[in-house]
Design a protein around this ligand. Structure first.
Ligand code: GDP
Length: 362
């Protein structure tokens, strides 16, 4: 009954890149995630997107459907994109993985009318510090005076539909964004002008409300991942799992559980895991792996369904004894090929790193 195997297990050892959304409050982070999820549901066949715990997986064929002619699935071998559902840089900066940010790639959302705001700059600083590649979503283009909306279309179609005056107004806003990025030591340009994405950030004008430009955003994210991150996405999909705790939550019938984003390997119901806690590590045995129940079954009483195994990249809820003082942002490791001591040492080392980071950032 598990319809999710494809997106969760990746293909041929390449996992799904993990995408985070950052930006100033009210600039449209939540709307953007909602729009991407909504478009995926509308465009794809039923069950095309998969709701994970704390994340949404959009498989390559659905991205290709949404992107129209912009993405040819034959050009890609990464299985799709996994969007972390909680936007914001506070979650982003606490979410680490071995040696870096949990997210492989980010969307920096900026309201074209409002421009750079304090949290935009904070977000940008974090992206620079963690060396996370990012795309700038120049959001709310539909609010430019005189805008002629082309619902859900690629940005070129929208630009073609505007009067000269309206295009000028948009251009002014975009150029002021490019200037603000430059003031913060980021060179950027319209994404279709960018040749070298490693040294230049691509801007995608879009509207999270009308969906115009979303095809372009997904195309750029997919292209960037494929071009610059493919090697990092090569994992041993059946190896022992590694993940990061998003949240520690109480669930009726399960006690304290961990919402985890798995970025490497697999986790199974018979696994022993080591989890970071306040000043210590927890060794425990998985009691259940839980996923959200499919939307069509949402009326049933139970919120979750059990699964035997989950492969990276994926979000999953782990039920196990002794999790009470586990902490958000902490590492989770499956003990399988290595000794318990070796895995515990790893988790302790990572916890120490997180503590240093937290101190540095006040
Ligand atoms: P967040 O705080 O960054 O998550 O921002 P929200 O997604 O909650 O958006 C803040 C407000 O801006 C809401 O009222 C949204 O409806 C509105 N909004 C977001 N994106 C757009 C857009 O592209 N166009 C317009 N007109 N409004 C938008």
């Amino acid at each position: 009954t598990d319809t999710n195997t494809d997106t969760r297990s990746g293909s041929g050892g390449l996992r799904t890149p993990i995408v985070a959304v950052l930006g100033h409050v009210d600039h449209g982070k939540t709307s953007l995630l909602d729009k991407i999820r909504g478009s995926a549901v509308t465009q794809g066949e039923s069950g095309a997107i998969t709701q994970h715990i704390g994340a949404t997986a959009v498989p390559l064929d659905v991205i290709s459907d949404i992107a129209g002619g912009l993405v040819d699935p034959d050009d890609f071998d990464l299985p799709g994109l996994l969007f972390i559902d909680t936007p914001g840089h506070h979650s982003f900066s606490t979410l680490r993985s071995r040696g870096g940010a949990l997210a492989d790639i980010a969307i920096l959302v900026v309201d074209v009318n409002d421009g750079f705001q304090p949290q935009t700059i904070e977000a940008l600083d974090i992206l620079k510090r963690t060396q996370t590649p990012f795309v700038v979503a120049a959001n709310k283009i539909d609010t430019v005076p005189g805008w002629n909306t082309q619902e859900d279309g690629p940005i070129q179609a929208s630009l073609d539909a505007q009067s000269d005056r309206t295009r000028e107004r948009l251009d002014e806003r975009i150029y002021s964004l490019i200037g603000e990025l430059s003031d913060n030591d980021i060179s950027s340009d319209m994404y279709w002008q960018v040749r070298d994405f490693q040294h230049n950030a691509g801007l995608v004008p879009l509207s999270a409300l009308t969906g115009e430009g979303i095809p372009d955003l997904l195309t750029v994210l997919m292209g960037l991942s494929q071009r610059y991150m493919k090697e990092e996405m090569e994992i041993d999909t059946t190896g022992p799992g590694s993940g990061t705790v998003l949240e520690v939550t109480e669930e009726r019938g399960f006690g304290t559980t961990l919402d985890v984003v798995l970025y490497d390997g697999t986790i199974r119901t018979d696994d022993t895991i080591v989890v970071g806690a306040t000043n210590r590590t927890i060794e425990t045995d998985v009691r259940a792996l839980l996923q959200p129940r499919a939307l069509s079954e949402i009326r049933t009483e139970k919120q979750f369904e059990r699964t035997d195994e989950v492969s990276a990249a994926a979000g999953v809820k782990i039920a196990a004894p002794d999790l009470d003082d586990a902490i958000a942002g902490a590492p989770v490791r499956v003990v399988r090929d290595q000794t318990l001591d070796a895995v515990t040492d790893d988790v302790e080392a990572e916890l120490a790193e997180i503590a240093v980071e937290t101190d540095e950032n006040g």
